[in-house]
Design a binder for this molecule. Structure first.
Ligand SMILES: C[S@@+](CC[C@H](N)C(=O)[O-])C[C@H]1O[C@@H](n2cnc3c(N)ncnc32)[C@H](O)[C@@H]1O
Ligand code: SF4
Length: 364
């Protein structure tokens, strides 16, 4: 499958923990940015059939929906977008309303990814979020009414005063509205206001081992509630796996448009610059062609972080026989890995330690 990612780098306020290419106080650049985005799409040299589009950010819901409509139109004019393509829009609860939700639906957006993060108003404030618990439910109810069948909620783990019972309560109150949860462990990013708050003792975050325990309990609880884990941080009910992410993890082709966006076509990867000025003049951040060792590492890494796994025969093409690695056989014997018709997959119980498993396997 081929995918398209479109980056919208504007946010109403920068959250205290976020290190993504997203900016507040830059709304004067919106029009110029969308013109540049349109030009980038219109002049793309690739002719691809597209199975998924992901409009992410930043906060795509923070700009006038007309800009999103115009950009989707450009994509449809330039590429052949499949009739049943998955089209996701990332949104924050405080910048969504009935009018916007209806408009997105009319323009073909059929999946929402809503940044809930927490349902505890104090935690939301500590994170620098602009929304509260009440707004989350209002938005979810409105989205259902507007016709959305496929809704994801992003949640954060490792927050101040967060425990498993809070997470359980939150899942219980959200599950009837959503088909998907993305649960990320809070990373304290270098240079972020959160890092300063933690260093000054103003915010006290739980220890890593405690968070890891909560993560395992959460994965079990979600499974009990019909949300199957199909990647370290992702859980889907009734087969609503995110097709866009699955394409990334299976090393499918994707084109990224916008500030800092990455593309990957037939083994070549490149990225746009993350600065507005450089993006406006079309400057790339890098272009790289992976060597065989890097390709193998990527196949193993991406495959074992999700339900897809990888084919042993795929590695042989690059001269790697994993069967020679003693850890590989040990992991198979112990049930950490399983082999299904030549495909090696991780046992979902080990998603939480998949990084350690991958490290041992790619040590060649
Ligand atoms: C880049 S945001 C874009 C979506 C939207 N603006 C939002 O805030 O929900 C995508 C996800 O990344 C998560 N994220 C950002 N910074 C993070 C961090 N330091 N640790 C863990 N997750 C993070 C956010 O919480 C959000 O759910
Ligand atoms: S988490 Fe989302 S809303 Fe907050 S700064 Fe990052 S991209 Fe913007």
């Amino acid at each position: 499958m081929n995918s398209i990612y479109i980056h919208i780098p504007f946010c109403e306020q920068k959250c205290f923990y976020c290190a993504f290419a997203s900016f507040d106080k830059q709304f004067d650049k919106v029009e110029k940015y969308f013109n540049a985005l349109k030009k980038e799409i219109d002049t793309s040299p690739f002719k691809l059939k597209i199975g998924s589009i992901f409009i992410g950010g930043g906060t795509p819901s923070a700009v006038n929906p007309c800009f999103i409509e115009q950009i989707l139109r450009s994509v449809r004019e330039k590429f052949q977008v499949e009739k049943d393509a998955e089209i996701t829009l990332e949104a924050n609860p405080n910048s969504l309303d009935e009018k916007k939700l209806k408009k997105y639906f009319e323009m073909g957006i059929n999946r929402l990814s809503i940044g809930v993060q927490s349902l505890d108003n104090r935690q939301l404030k500590t994170l620098g979020r602009l929304h509260n618990r009440k707004q989350v439910f209002k938005v979810l109810k409105t989205a259902k009414k507007a016709g959305y069948k496929n809704i994801n909620c992003d949640l954060l783990l490792g927050l101040e005063r967060q425990n498993f019972f809070q997470l359980k309560r939150e899942i219980n109150s959200l599950k009837k509205y959503v088909t998907h949860f993305s649960c990320y462990m809070l990373q304290v990013e270098e240079g972020s206001p959160l890092k300063v708050m933690v260093e000054k003792g103003k915010v006290k975050l739980p220890q890593d081992d405690k968070v890891a325990q909560q993560y395992h309990k959460l994965a079990k609880f979600l499974k009990k509630n019909g949300f199957e884990q199909y990647e370290i941080s992702n859980f889907a009910s009734n087969g609503w796996l995110c097709r866009h992410n699955l394409n990334y993890w299976s090393r499918g082709n994707y084109l990224g448009f916008g500030l800092g966006a990455h593309s990957f076509i037939d083994g070549t990867r490149w990225a746009n610059s993350s600065s507005f000025d450089d993006y406006f003049i079309g400057k790339k951040a890098f272009t790289e062609q992976l060597d065989n060792k890097q390709i193998v590492e990527e196949i193993v890494m991406l495959g074992l972080r999700c339900c897809l796994g990888f084919r042993l025969s795929q590695l042989k093409k690059y001269g790697v026989k994993l069967e020679k690695n003693p850890y590989f056989n040990e992991f198979l014997e112990k049930g950490v890995l399983k082999a299904e018709n030549g495909v090696i997959k991780i046992n979902p119980d080990y998603y939480g330690v998949s990084n350690l498993v991958i490290e041992k396997l790619i040590d060649f």
